[in-house]
Design a protein around this ligand. Structure first.
Ligand code: GLU
Length: 308
């Protein structure tokens, strides 16, 4: 039950960190997954040159970051290869690298980013309320969200898929096989909205949690039949428990990942799009992809930007 340990440690990562910070030097002293710790640990991060960047004229967010001295970035912490925090409190994944790349190219030290864990349902309020400067965490660009926040990107394209227990073949048909199945997803996400809008299963069969790792626990405990969200996220969970879980592999949506920004800050949106554009041509995008998400086996290239 390696995955159960991982999921448990994802859930208690903050607690484990507090304990560790309180002075225990013992390596993984009880709780948190024992021998599993090493395989869940974040490796080396990408080295970015912190450019002597020019001010982003007309960007209120940039001015705020400059005055403070470091960016405050919203992320996920329980999505392996994307936005992940290991047992030592180190963060890694493709989204984390994108967040660091943006900081470096705005002229700020990526090591000084202050991260805030914001679940799917709270992203718009966090950006609109000025709690974070930008958000990088499997955040799909949608017309509805565009009325509340700005988006640079997309920097990656995923698709909604299903995570199932390895031996269960009853959902191999993909989204049309969900009727009568207990489906779990995260509150405020596009996948759960799609399950509801398209009535892919009965309302009474839908469970919602703040995070996908809570859904994965439910799946391992046979309390639900499937976890649905982006394939990129699900592949990360499946890779941590290949004997217990698998991804069906029949994606049924297009999820364009954008960097969430305060709605009115067009100057910052344009600047971040330029940063993404440069990263696509100078090889940085590919380097950080290969070091993170690319490890799950899929080959990818940067998608065309949607400038607006
Ligand atoms: N990309 C989807 C969304 O933005 C699902 C992943 C997530 O919840 O972050 O809603």
């Amino acid at each position: 039950m390696r995955m159960r340990n991982l999921v448990a440690s994802l859930g208690v990562a903050a607690l484990a960190l507090t304990v560790a910070a309180c002075g225990s030097d013992e390596p993984d002293a009880g709780g948190g997954g024992g021998g599993n710790a090493a395989s869940d640990a974040c490796g080396d991060l990408h080295k970015f040159d912190t450019a002597a960047a020019a001010d982003v004229a007309g960007s209120a967010t940039y001015t705020k970051i400059k005055t403070r001295g470091n960016p405050v970035v919203g992320v996920k912490a329980d999505q392996p290869n994307l936005g992940y925090k290991d047992a030592d409190g180190k963060r890694c994944g493709f989204d984390i690298e994108v967040a660091r790349m943006v900081a470096a190219n705005l002229g700020f030290d990526p090591e000084k980013i202050e991260y805030k864990e914001i679940p799917s349902a709270n992203r718009e309020t966090a950006l609109a309320g000025g709690e974070i400067d930008y958000y990088v965490g499997t955040y799909s660009i949608t017309d509805k969200r565009k009325t509340q926040v700005g988006f640079a990107g997309p920097y990656f394209i995923a698709g909604q898929d299903l995570l199932v227990r390895k031996s269960d073949t009853s959902m191999d048909g993909g989204k049309t096989a969900l009727k009568g199945k207990k489906v779990c997803s995260a509150t405020g996400s596009t996948p759960i909205q799609r399950v509801k809008d398209e009535q892919l299963t009965e309302a009474s069969n839908i469970s919602e949690f703040k995070t996908y790792s809570e859904c994965v626990s439910q799946l391992l405990d046979s309390k639900v039949d499937t976890v649905t969200t982006d394939d990129a996220i699900l592949k990360g969970y499946a890779a941590t428990a290949p004997d217990e879980l698998r991804v069906v592999g029949k994606p049924f949506s297009t999820e364009k990942y954008g960097i969430g920004l305060p709605l009115a800050d067009k100057a910052l949106r344009d600047k971040v799009n330029t940063i993404l554009e440069t990263s696509a041509t100078d090889g940085t995008w590919k380097a950080i992809y290969d070091e993170t998400l690319g490890k799950s086996g899929s080959d990818s290239t940067p998608p065309p930007l949607e400038k607006y």
